[in-house]
Design a protein around this ligand. Structure first.
Ligand code: ZN
Length: 108
């Protein structure tokens, strides 16, 4: 670890103990840098900014094509939680489009 990486790591604080004794601890499945607190052992990933506008539009169009959410996550390397939260808002925007499918399924 060079000096720049040490100072960058020292800016981080553990979400549990709020201490800055942090080491880099490999990468997550989605390729994000994982960190571990040297005092309490808690592992965490620094939260990035929200998904870019281009990616949001792409997710929205893929959802409208009815691709599965997990498939979208794998291809775009977005976490399932982020995609699910975005999916909820995107589907509420297009609620009328999906209501037709639900109405056709009901048979009494
Ligand atoms: Zn800690």
């Amino acid at each position: 670890m060079n000096n720049q990486e040490i100072t960058q790591a020292n800016k981080l604080r553990c979400p549990r103990s709020q201490l800055s004794y942090i080491k880099r601890n490999g990468h997550t499945y989605y390729g994000k840098q994982n960190h571990q607190c040297l005092m309490c052992g808690r592992q965490f990933v620094v939260r990035e900014q929200s998904v870019s506008e281009d990616k949001r539009e792409l997710i929205k169009s893929l959802l409208l094509e009815r691709l599965c959410l997990r498939g979208i996550c794998r291809v775009l390397k977005v976490s399932l939680l982020v995609a699910a939260q975005f999916c909820r808002t995107a589907l509420s925007d297009h609620a009328g489009r999906f209501a037709v499918g639900r109405a056709n399924r009901r048979r009494n």
